[in-house]
Ligand binder design. Sequence first.
Ligand code: UDP
Length: 254
Amino acid sequence: MTSNLSKKEPQKDLKYKRVLLKLSGEALMGTRDYGLDPETVQRVAEEIGAVVAQGVEVCVVIGAGNIFRGVAGASEGMDRATADYMGMLATVINALAMQNALEKINVHTRVQSAIPMSSVCEPYIRRRAMRHMEKGRVVIFGAGTGNPFFTTDSAAALRASEMQCDALIKGTKVDGVYNADPVKVSDAKRYEKLSYLDVLAQDLQVMDASAISLARQSQIPILVFSIFHHGAFAEVVQGEGLFTLISDEGTKLC
Ligand code: UDP
C-alpha cells in the first residue's frame, strides 16, 4: 500500500508543517438554512487541497451546527447526553461529505471516528492517524471527542495536541477575532494578536474555554481566518494574509 500516496515534497520554508483545520458545520452550509451545500463543500475541499499541495500535513475537524447541536436538542427537552451523541453522529456526516469532495480532486483521505463505526470509516487510532498524515493523507476526525458535553472546538484542540500539530487553524466567516460581531457591529475592533488568557479573560467568542485552555497547555498557536476568502488557508499556513494569532506571544489587552 505505498503506490498511490499523494505526499508532496514539502517546501523548504514551510512555516507550519502539520496543521489541524477546524471548520464549523455552518461553513459547509453555503446560503442554505440547514445541511450541506455540495458546491461549498467542494470549494472548501479545494482550499484544503491547495495546502496539501504545498507539502503541509493536514488534519481536519468539522462541527455539525449545520445539522444538529446537542444544546438545541436539550433545550427542546431531550436528554443532553443523547442529544450530544446525535450531534457527534452528525459530524461524521460532514466528515464523509468532505472526504468525498477531497477524493474528487485526488486528495487522499481517511476518516477516523471517535465513535467506532467500522463499516463507514476507521476508528480513531492516534498512531495510525499520524502515519496517514506522514504519508500525505488528509485525516478527517469525526464524532468530536466521542464524549457528550464537549464541542468540536475541544475535539480540535485535543486532536491537534495528540497529532503534535504546529498550529490549530480555525476557519470562520470572518478574517479574525473581533471584540464584537463585525457583521452586526460596524466599528467592531479586529485583533491581530491575542494571548490565550486575553481570549479567556475577555470571553471572546472564538472557541470555547476548554479548547483555548488545552491549546494553551499544549502551546499550540491558534490562527483564526476566513474560510470564505479564496486562497486564505494556503496563505495562513505560510503565516501570511489576514488572521488573528492566539498564542502566549499575543499582545496583552489593556
Ligand atoms: N459534540 C459532543 N462532543 C464532542 C463534539 C461534539 O457532544 O466532543 C456534539 C455536541 O452536541 C455539539 C455537536 O456535537 O453541539 C456539534 O458540534 P459543534 O457544536 O462543536 O459544531 P460546530 O458549532 O463547530 O458546527
